[in-house]
Design a protein around this ligand. Structure first.
Ligand SMILES: Nc1nc2c(ncn2[C@@H]2O[C@H](COP(=O)(O)OP(=O)(O)OP(=O)(O)O)[C@@H](O)[C@H]2O)c(=O)[nH]1
Ligand SMILES: [Mg+2]
Length: 356
């Protein structure tokens, strides 16, 4: 499972700086708006302390971390949907992503130009969310006409479905026109409609707010606004949905990646051996057979059982035993469990899958 995230925000707020920290690749950064004119895609490995420890235990030849793909695109400005700035054509580059990181500038620095001439993250957040919704409205309007037409073709077996599709499109359109947040439980069903889902609407995606600056630059009001925006959304359990990072000095990305996993409801499990220690990304509440399917599609169908032990328990068993391999030490201690296909995999499980 490959996770992908699009970075959005006004020009000059630090998107490419973030991208550079993430990928440690040289990308085009300069102190002027619109310096990014091509989409930059970076593949980032997910930092995970657990992987290194397991690899050390197993004396693995390779470590294979989970990966996240980040897309850096040009900044959006107010009126982008009407062709202002570089327009919003770059938004199509992040249509396929799983989530959006919205970079908001909270840092104060007179030398760095702000396209709106003042530092006001609440205003900026509104501008970007509005532009995302307006971009979506463009695609929804096209579909609306088509779906309306199809729903009126009477007497065909397909009409029933066509009417349902039209209802879903209509609902989404009215929400976007009202400037409301699409990513809330009440619109989940309409968003899942096949025709609507195919549009990959931007404002239906999960959001993580990256507040670029220092802790003391972040006002309570901003936190409140973000909380309000995310409160009704289906991922509010993720807690907050924002991270504060001073991109001018940041070196560390685990917090952001952790937040992305949280917001997207993802967890990691591991496989470990002499060849490799590897992290696998799956949805929370996945069954053991589905986890096996993440490794190889065949394993899901041919799943027999899984040997499972928590990563910490495995290491503990290993260090308690003198030189014995962790896996057999964990077996001896009775910490390793045999689980069937319906077992719900937990974050940090180390698994060995038996399959036919
Ligand atoms: N002081 C300070 N400057 C920053 C920070 N983050 C970014 N900058 C500076 O702001 C300028 C713009 O940063 P970029 O990362 O290129 O901005 P961008 O959002 O990618 O801009 P566009 O590509 O034009 O949309 C650069 O000169 C950065 O060095 C920060 O946290 N503090
Ligand atoms: Mg940029």
């Amino acid at each position: 499972m490959k996770l992908s995230i699009g970075i959005v925000g006004l020009p000059n707020v630090g998107k490419s700086t973030l991208f550079k920290i993430l990928t440690k690749n040289e990308v085009n950064i300069a102190n002027y708006p619109f310096c990014t004119i091509d989409p930059n895609v970076g593949v980032v490995s997910v930092p995970d302390e657990r992987l290194d420890q397991l690899a050390k235990m197993s004396k693995s030849a390779k470590i294979i971390p989970a990966i996240v793909e980040f897309y850096d695109i040009a900044g959006l400005v107010k009126g982008a949907n009407k062709g202002e700035g570089l327009g919003n054509q770059f938004l199509t580059h992040i249509r396929e992503t799983d989530a959006i990181v919205m970079v908001l500038r909270v840092f104060k620095n007179e030398e760095i130009i702000h396209v709106e001439n003042s530092v006001d993250p609440i205003r900026d957040m509104e501008i970007i969310n509005t532009e995302l919704a307006l971009k979506d409205l463009e695609s929804v309007e096209k579909l609306y006409k088509k779906a309306e037409g199809e729903s009126k073709i009477g007497g065909t077996p397909a009409q029933k479905q066509a009417i349902k599709d039209f209802e879903a499109v209509k609902k989404i359109k009215s929400v976007l026109e009202a400037g409301q947040n699409l990513n809330t439980p009440e619109f989940a069903e309409a968003l899942e409609n096949e025709k609507v889902a195919a549009l990959n609407l931007l404002s239906g995606k999960k959001q993580i707010y990256l507040l670029n600056g220092k802790l003391e630059d972040v006002s309570e009001e901003l936190k409140k606004k973000i909380a309000e925006r995310l409160a009704r959304s289906s991922f509010s359990e993720g807690g907050g949905g924002y991270v504060i990072m001073d991109l001018s000095i940041a070196t560390d990305i685990p917090e952001l990646v952790k937040k992305a996993y949280e917001v997207l409801g993802l967890i990691s499990f591991f496989t470990t051996g002499e060849d490799e220690t590897r992290a696998w990304t799956i949805k929370k509440n996945s069954k053991a057979s589905q986890a096996a399917g993440a490794i190889h599609t065949d394993f899901e169908k041919k799943f027999i059982r899984a040997e499972v032990v928590n990563w910490q328990k495995l290491l503990e068993a290993h260090s308690a035993s003198s030189g014995q391999a962790g896996w057999s030490a964990a077996k001896q201690k009775g910490w390793m469990r045999l689980e069937g296909k319906d077992y719900i995999v937990q974050d940090g499980d180390v698994m060995e899958i038996r399959h036919g």
